[in-house]
Design a protein around this ligand. Structure first.
Ligand SMILES: [Cu+2]
Length: 286
């Protein structure tokens, strides 16, 4: 019985490795893998991801093959018995240090990418969008033609009058501001997001950008990206945030610069009309 279990274990390992290594061969179109990357730093993130996957994959294969070997050799009663030991300080030190070194090296490499999107500024010409998440939608707030955000305050939030972000009606800067549930950005220009939440933790996930950031009540989190391909991309909420979480899905429209500039100068009404047209015009990129 032990031998059969060991062989099944090894077959499972081979199957798992094939799913990752051979998925392009098995399915041809890479449908099990990430969508096409459209972010300027996405390739770096993908490289880091693959590097981590290979390191963890090697550890997984080695440990499973070794486990299978032990089951194969010592599995049956009456035959060869495994030696019982109380532990080995030397062995434990070796694998703890080795694991530590591997993970610290990976973390140090990854933090360069993390610092680029979190700690470095997006630049003065970046397009600014404020994100306010709530159960169960993402609201995107644009400054309108004047380029200045109107003042917002929680006491002005009123979902029934579509003031989801709480714009102060008495502030002149807010008169031309636009609130939508679609993220509209230009191609090729940095986009500076400020993320907030009105209720619970949500997560703005844009797979095509390799972008994922929690929105946390009480915090303003800044992050930036540059999208380099026009199109319509999915934004699911990636944090279980309540009963209708499954339904919390927005889109990001990446537009050619001229189209974007034209929209950025529009009134809220015109902006939304144009947005409806464009959302129908662009198919979803997967
Ligand atoms: Cu959510």
């Amino acid at each position: 019985m032990g031998k059969i279990i060991a062989v099944i274990m090894w077959l499972l390992v081979i199957g798992t490795v094939l799913l990752f290594v051979g998925q392009n061969v098995l399915f041809g179109d890479g449908r099990l893998w990430f969508p096409e990357n459209i972010s300027e730093i996405g390739a770096t993130i993908d490289t880091q991801f693959s590097r981590t996957l290979v390191v963890v994959g090697i550890a997984f294969v080695l440990s499973q093959v070794a486990l299978g070997y032990v089951v194969f050799r010592f599995g049956r009663r009456g035959q060869e018995r495994a030696q019982y030991i109380h532990g080995s300080g030397k062995l434990e030190a070796i694998w703890t240090v080795a694991t530590g070194v591997v993970f610290i090296v990976l973390a140090v490499m990854a933090q360069f990418i993390w610092a680029q999107v979190h700690l470095q500024e997006a630049g003065p010409n970046a397009v600014k969008v404020e994100v306010v998440a709530q159960q169960f939608q993402f609201n995107f707030h644009y400054p309108g033609a004047d380029g200045v955000f109107g003042r917002t305050e929680p006491k002005f939030i009123n979902d029934s009058s579509l003031n989801y972000v709480g714009l102060d009606p008495s502030d002149a800067n807010g008169k031309d501001d636009v609130q939508t549930t679609t993220l509209v950005v230009p191609v090729g220009d940095p986009v500076d997001l400020t993320l907030r939440s009105k209720d619970v933790i949500h997560s703005l996930f844009i797979p095509a950008l390799r972008f994922k950031q929690d929105t946390v009540p009480g915090l303003s989190i800044k992050m930036h990206f540059t999208a380099n391909k026009a199109g319509k991309y999915e934004i699911p909420c990636a944090e279980l945030c309540g009963q209708l979480h499954y339904n919390m899905r927005s889109f990001m429209l990446v537009l050619p610069k001229d189209d974007y500039r034209a929209m950025a100068a529009m009134s809220e009404e015109k902006f939304k009309e144009r947005l409806t047209e464009l959302l129908q015009q662009y198919p979803i990129n997967r």
